[in-house]
Design a protein around this ligand. Structure first.
Ligand SMILES: Nc1ncnc2c1ncn2[C@@H]1O[C@H](COP(=O)(O)OP(=O)(O)O)[C@@H](O)[C@H]1O
Ligand SMILES: [Mg+2]
Length: 330
């Protein structure tokens, strides 16, 4: 399937990526013909069932696994042309994999922990600490830079780990199921923080998950893999509202749309709004569940960001988007 067309040159491009493991009768095709267009600033989610090839695709993006066939290009440079030394550089500085489950160094301060990746890459202390402080303040830990990890709660430690993962100069950050071990409450908080950090620090992230709610929470773009092939690529809204085939339709059948869709997804531009101006206001990033909770008896809400009016959402469109289930009339 052709990748979604978007304006601008993609940063990271995969074409026809395939991977087979083993030989002869034991040969197993793990990934077949995967195309991806990852743009700067994307949170690009690879989702699929266990064994669908997500980790293999992710690892081919920085050639931790060599593709059997197909290419990966970063800024137009084919990674298969690189010498081993150049490849190490690319992995360190340009397409870096976050491995840890956010474990911190106990004897270093929170700031040193957050700055760790940059220091490892030889960035001078002042700059690394500035970057670390910026990330710590985004995750709500501005006052904790001098503390030791042992002074923090479990959830706070997770936030430091996330800040550290995103405090990097790498063009692309690869994360394989980063939140799968977390309990649900911390997990939701971490998903929100990843979106915020990536946005405010201008990071490009490729995240693997098997959880559709997580995918729709995080992903600016989502590729659903099925048995090593792309079943569909699109935004969360594309995949939820226009599934490409029965497989995708079944896969997305169970998603919690109220959490997956945001006010910005059902926004009506000001010029096209023909109802009375509602008194309720919401943010574009509010989920429809959050919007619904604020609507009360109002017929709609104004969507504002930093004091400026972006448009409106109608109560009717919010409710029908939440209730929309393929094959069932809302
Ligand atoms: N090193 C390997 N050797 C043999 N088979 C592998 C190897 N890595 C992955 N596979 C197989 O490739 C398929 C895709 O695996 P993987 O990419 O890990 O899937 P996912 O991350 O979606 O669970 C699976 O069937 C898996 O068993
Ligand atoms: Mg995996």
């Amino acid at each position: 399937m052709a990748a979604v067309t978007r304006a601008g040159e993609p940063l990271l491009v995969a074409r026809g990526l395939s991977k087979s493991f083993g030989r002869g009768a034991r040969r197993k095709v793990a990934v077949q013909g995967v195309d991806l267009d990852i743009h700067r600033g994307d949170i690009y989610v690879l989702i699929g069932l266990s064994g669908s090839g997500k980790s293999t695709v992710l690892r081919m993006l920085n050639r931790l696994i060599d593709p059997t066939t197909g290419t990966v290009e970063l800024d137009g440079q084919d990674l298969s042309d690189l010498t081993p030394k150049q490849l190490r550089e690319v992995r360190n500085r340009r397409i870096s994999m976050v491995f840890q489950h956010f474990a911190l160094f106990p004897h270093r301060t929170v700031r040193e922990n957050a700055a760790y990746g940059l220091r490892l890459r030889g960035v001078d202390k002042a700059r690394a600490w500035d970057k670390a402080d910026e990330a710590l303040s985004i995750v709500g830990l501005a006052d904790w830079g001098d503390a030791k990890p042992s002074e923090l709660s479990g959830g706070m430690k997770q936030r430091v780990g996330l800040a550290r993962a995103l405090t990097t100069d790498a063009d692309v950050i690869l994360m394989d199921e980063p939140f799968s071990a977390l309990d649900p409450l911390i997990r939701t908080e971490m998903q929100d923080l990843l979106v915020k950090l990536a946005h405010e620090l201008g990071r490009t992230v490729v995240v693997v998950t098997h959880d559709l709610n997580e995918a729709t929470q995080l992903g600016t773009h989502i590729t659903l893999l099925a048995q090593g092939r792309v079943a569909q690529t699109g935004t969360a809204v594309d995949i939820l509202t226009s599934p490409a085939d029965d497989y995708v339709r079944r896969f997305v059948g169970e998603v919690d749309r109220a959490r997956a869709l945001k006010a910005s997804d059902v926004l009506v531009p000001t010029a096209q709004w023909d109802q009375a101006v509602p008194e309720v206001t919401v943010d574009p990033g509010h989920t429809l569940a959050q919007v619904a909770a604020r609507l009360g008896r109002s017929h709609g809400a104004a969507v504002t960001e930093n004091g400026s009016l972006l448009g409106y959402v109608s109560t009717e469109s919010v409710l029908s988007a939440v209730a929309h289930v393929e094959g069932r009339v809302a």
